[in-house]
Design a protein around this ligand. Sequence first.
Ligand SMILES: Nc1ncnc2c1ncn2[C@@H]1O[C@H](COP(=O)(O)OP(=O)(O)OP(=O)(O)O)[C@@H](O)[C@H]1O
Ligand SMILES: [Mg+2]
Length: 327
Amino acid sequence: MDDTEPFEGIVGDSPPLRDLLQQVEIVAPTDATVLVLGETGTGKELIARAIHHRSRQREHRFLTMNCAAIPSGLLESELFGHERGAFTGAIGQKIGLFEIASGGTLFLDEVGEIPLELQPKLLRVLQDQEFVRIGGTRTIKVDVRLVAATNRDLAQMVEAHRFRADLYYRLNVFPIRVPSLRERPGDVEPLVRHFVQRFAARMRRHIEEVPTETLDVMRRYPWPGNVRELENLIERAVILSPGPRLMIPLEHLARRSTTLVQADSAATLELVKRTHVVRILEETNWTVGGPRGAATRLGMKRTTLQSFMKRYAIARSQSAPDSQGPG
Ligand SMILES: Nc1ncnc2c1ncn2[C@@H]1O[C@H](COP(=O)(O)OP(=O)(O)OP(=O)(O)O)[C@@H](O)[C@H]1O
Ligand SMILES: [Mg+2]
């Protein structure tokens, strides 16, 4: 943990993020069920942990169950446990997550994937903090704080009869929406610096400079994969940067954003220009000068192309053969 971050591991200071953290502060000390909503990669799990760390459950466990990651037939047993002989293959007793998490927090990720037939049992444990293990007869009492997350539209699922309305209302007591990264471009720079620092330390690189133009392009990019996409891109960039200057493989941003950035024509133009230059460089096998080099093809002076490449942090990606470097 870094003590410049009042919320462990949550980087950013944009107004939408500050609003979100304020809501976390408010709801965490209550025992209310929290439903964390937001696109993929926005940080829903980090928010769930932050709630736990500020709750009266903080001395106890924080357990996570991703409801989409487990075959639906096994989910009930994972959550509620079973008695020996409850079904074929139940050779011993199993204690479920609700019992193990008792006193602490259970984070149910992708809660929209909970099968309909299991939903009444989840509703009961939320309402009465009690359930029966599969194949059991004894009612088990627990004290579990539930935080759930989804990137699905639960209200719509209720309308389509794929999610029970009663469970939806129970989960939706205190919904928190984690804004997408494109709604908070102000967080891009601190996130970039945070991940550069982390990956550079891990890979023993010394990166001192993130080009301003790179940051500009990143602030305008729509980030369909949100913070996770940015994190992965920075990891790749740190690997690709031999010197103190961060070399972002911006063609990643250009390739994926052609349809999405249309709303922002300035960004599109910049990306289109850059993509074109990268393509010509690839076609000329990264030969910048000479009669068959990229500069000639682009109708530019070699030095102009070189400064363009520097300005937009264009570098040959690692996958390309490295016999002829730029210049
Ligand atoms: N504000 C932030 N500061 C630092 N790291 C962040 C932030 N938000 C997200 N991350 C990082 O981004 C990655 C994705 O976050 P997380 O797993 O919480 O997203 P998610 O919303 O649960 O995604 P999914 O819906 O795909 O499960 C994680 O590595 C997380 O640490
Ligand atoms: Mg998640």
